[in-house]
Design a protein around this ligand. Structure first.
Ligand code: I3S
Length: 128
């Protein structure tokens, strides 16, 4: 409802620290490189800032730019199968552009919240 929408935090606005690696870029397999990234979900975009750890200092500062951004529209999200990673709580994110990412947190409530937010975002923007 309008009222609910105006008072609830939007699922499309979320941020936090996640472990992230690309596994495929433009359809080509790339070597894993797990890094801790400050991650921001903003509308249908997911932004990563590498190497920030738990710090949020880049956020709102002029010179800091996201390391990379993925467009979630037309993408898919699922729990990664065991053969994709030995880590626990891993989400596999595929974009329409042919980039595949693994995102992970040791904290299951954290990764469950991201799973929910990402699936909601993808379904919300499905027809764009
Ligand atoms: O899928 P893989 O190749 O077993 O992934 C592991 C490797 O990328 C490894 O790096 P090097 O092969 O460059 O040394 C990483 O350190 C591991 O973390 C990767 O596996 P997990 O299961 O953690 O995603």
């Amino acid at each position: 409802s309008f009222l609910l929408a105006s008072v609830s935090p939007q699922p499309s606005e979320k941020c936090g620290v996640l472990n992230v690696t690309k596994i495929t870029e433009n359809g080509k397999k790339v070597r894993k490189n797990w890094t801790s990234s400050w991650t921001v979900l903003q509308g249908s975009s997911l932004l990563f800032a590498k190497g920030q750890g738990a710090s949020t200092s880049w956020f709102g500062s002029n010179q800091s730019k996201p390391e990379f951004t993925v467009d979630l529209r037309g993408g898919s999200v699922d729990w990664a199968s065991k053969d994709k990673s030995s880590k626990k709580h891993v989400i596999e994110l595929k974009t329409r552009q042919g980039t595949e990412l693994l995102i992970q947190s040791e904290i299951d409530s954290v990764i469950n919240d991201w799973y929910r937010a990402l699936t909601e975002t993808i379904s919300t923007h499905a027809w764009e």
